[in-house]
Ligand binder design. Structure first.
Ligand code: HEC
Length: 310
């Protein structure tokens, strides 16, 4: 009996542990969106939500989240709405247990857009926001980022400038990372870099780096130290990749959608098979018709024998 109890408790242990409150470090709780939530941010957020979150959390307000331990919960309910914006941001970024971390999959702005969408289900919510890009390291200035391809087309050159009404200075010693959009999520290009004394940094593009059909690559530049520089990403499309023509998997081989592509032996055996099946069906039908005719004849001529028929 005791043993059973222990086993039961051991089973429950992770559940008890995991269903405990999910705490956010104090300094992250008060984090605010750098922009105001509007209809546009909500619509962008909805799309991102449907792609990244719906599979587990369901449609907000419909309580159709999936059954996981701990429960993902319906984002329209207090389970998620009781969180401050900073807490939601932190939880989505870091993840816990079955809830994945979206640190690399989504940019900070993406996450804020999703939060904008989630808050639209909370009539009591009033947003506070804090325009950013202003860096604690450069008080009073906004940071301007430009991304360029170098002449040899093998590196992306980043230039960081702090601009204030009074001065324009290079942003030095800022940790930055460059991500490129791939089919699934964002992939870091080269290692993280630090801007030099002139505010420059260069990210090497690997050989054979694939772009879209025009060679375009969607880049996102972020600061590695978001607390200092703000959760800001500079997103740009640069023609830095090799032209990639999407290859259809069924281009050369496909059985039924296109006769031209089917190997001749498949066409032959298939047609033969179809013909013999139909031939057999017709054979049976003709035999049935014969039986019917014989029957009719014998009914009309009761004296005759079957053997007399031709
Ligand atoms: C693979 C399933 C899955 C996906 C995808 C997922 N979540 Fe979660 N989420 C969970 C689970 C499970 C929990 C509960 C985790 C816990 O309490 O330890 C959770 C918890 C949360 C919480 C914290 C709730 C609380 O108790 O404070 C938030 C906020 C959240 N998810 C938002 C999102 C957003 C936004 C997305 C999409 C960007 C997302 N989730 C995608 C499964 C998922």
């Amino acid at each position: 009996m005791n043993r059973l109890l222990i086993i039961l408790l051991l089973q429950l242990f992770p559940v008890i542990l995991m269903s405990q409150g999910w705490d956010t470090p104090a300094d992250k709780k008060g984090k605010l969106s750098p922009f105001k939530f509007t209809d546009e941010t909500r619509i962008v957020g909805e799309k991102l939500y449907l792609l990244n979150c719906k599979s587990c959390h369901g449609n907000p307000g419909k309580a159709n989240f999936i059954n996981l331990v701990p429960s993902p919960g319906d984002p329209a309910t207090d389970k998620i709405q009781h969180n401050s914006d900073g807490e939601i941001f932190y939880k989505v970024t870091t993840g816990r247990g079955p809830m994945p971390s979206f640190k690399n999959a989504l940019s900070s702005n993406d996450i804020w857009n999703i939060i904008s969408f989630l808050r639209s289900f909370n009539p009591k919510y009033i947003q506070a926001f804090q325009p950013e890009i202003k860096s604690a390291a450069y008080p009073g200035a906004t940071i301007n980022i430009s991304l360029l391809l170098n002449k040899k087309k093998d590196s992306v050159i980043v230039k960081l400038t702090a601009i204030s009404p009074k001065i324009i200075v290079p942003v030095i010693n800022a940790g930055i990372k460059l991500l490129a959009k791939r089919t699934f999520g964002m992939m870091p290009v080269d290692e993280d870099k630090t801007s030099d004394m002139k505010g420059f940094a260069a990210f090497k593009i690997p050989k054979g780096f694939r772009g879209d059909t025009a060679g375009n690559v969607y880049f996102s530049l972020r600061f590695t130290d978001e607390d200092k520089f703000g959760a800001f990403s500079k997103d740009t499309v640069i023609k830095a990749g090799e032209i990639t023509i999407p290859q259809s998997l069924v281009k050369d081989r496909a059985m039924w959608n296109n006769v031209r592509k089917a190997p001749i032996w498949i066409l032959l055996t298939f047609s033969l098979g179809v013909m013999s099946v139909w031939g057999f069906i017709f054979l049976v039908l003709f035999k049935l018709r014969d039986i019917y005719i014989v029957g009719e004849y014998l009914d009309k001529n009761p004296g005759k024998e079957e053997s007399e028929l031709k």
